[in-house]
Design a protein around this ligand. Structure first.
Ligand SMILES: [Zn+2]
Ligand SMILES: [Zn+2]
Length: 207
């Protein structure tokens, strides 16, 4: 028994919602059935990336914090023979400043949030947990990620998202170009039904 050379191997598209297959060597960006599927996955990844970036409001895409990168010489260097030395390199990234859209306020009571900046320790006591609150009313609490309220203008939020994507591109965090007009169209006018991840995918410009 042998595999004949005419037998074509087919691969499943890597986008979860897609059931297409593609022949070996014909995938878009390696593992997708089409460029559209590749772009939709990229759109999802970009939006999720922004949602994890504390500088931006994940609801309305306003920038709530700026990070002033510090000079390399200010970074605490690894201490020899220290078992946690590897973590020091990432300790000091820069100083955070709130923008005109961000202010400190209560973000959630009732349960504790691990504070990454404090090395993953939970804040002590019954104190109200404070964090950055955006001018749209959204806090930076992680449970808020899927909340989509407080946007009064979806097109305006889409244009801000475009600005963020351009900024992240200048920071070499991705190499995609997103068409602002197409993004505004793809998001639609209703914040309740806006699918940001899909919209970004649809607005990625072909190379
Ligand atoms: Zn596909
Ligand atoms: Zn906001």
């Amino acid at each position: 028994m042998s595999v004949t050379s005419t037998q074509r191997e087919r691969y499943d598209c890597d986008r979860d919602a897609c059931e297409q297959t593609f022949p070996k060597g014909a995938g878009a960006e390696g593992s997708y059935c089409s460029q559209r599927c590749a772009d939709l996955v990229t759109g999802r990844n970009l939006v999720q990336h922004i949602q994890r970036d504390h500088r931006f409001c994940h609801n309305c895409f306003r920038q709530v914090k700026e990070i002033e990168r510090v000079d390399k010489t200010l970074i605490v260097g690894p201490v020899e023979h220290d078992s946690v030395a590897d973590t020091f390199a990432d300790c000091i990234v820069g100083y955070e400043h709130l923008t005109e859209h961000g202010e400190l306020g209560e973000r959630q009571d009732g349960h504790y949030v691990l504070d990454e900046d404090a090395g993953g320790r939970a804040p002590s006591g019954d104190a109200v947990v404070t964090g950055t609150v955006c001018s749209c009313g959204t806090t930076d609490h992680r449970d808020d990620y899927l909340r989509r309220e407080g946007i009064t203008s979806t097109p305006a939020a889409a244009r801000r998202l475009c600005d963020i994507l351009a900024l992240l591109g200048r920071e070499d965090q991705h190499d995609k170009t997103v068409d602002a007009t197409q993004l505004v169209d793809a998001v639609g006018g209703d914040p309740a039904t806006a699918d940001w991840e899909r919209a970004v995918g649809e607005a990625i410009e072909p190379r």
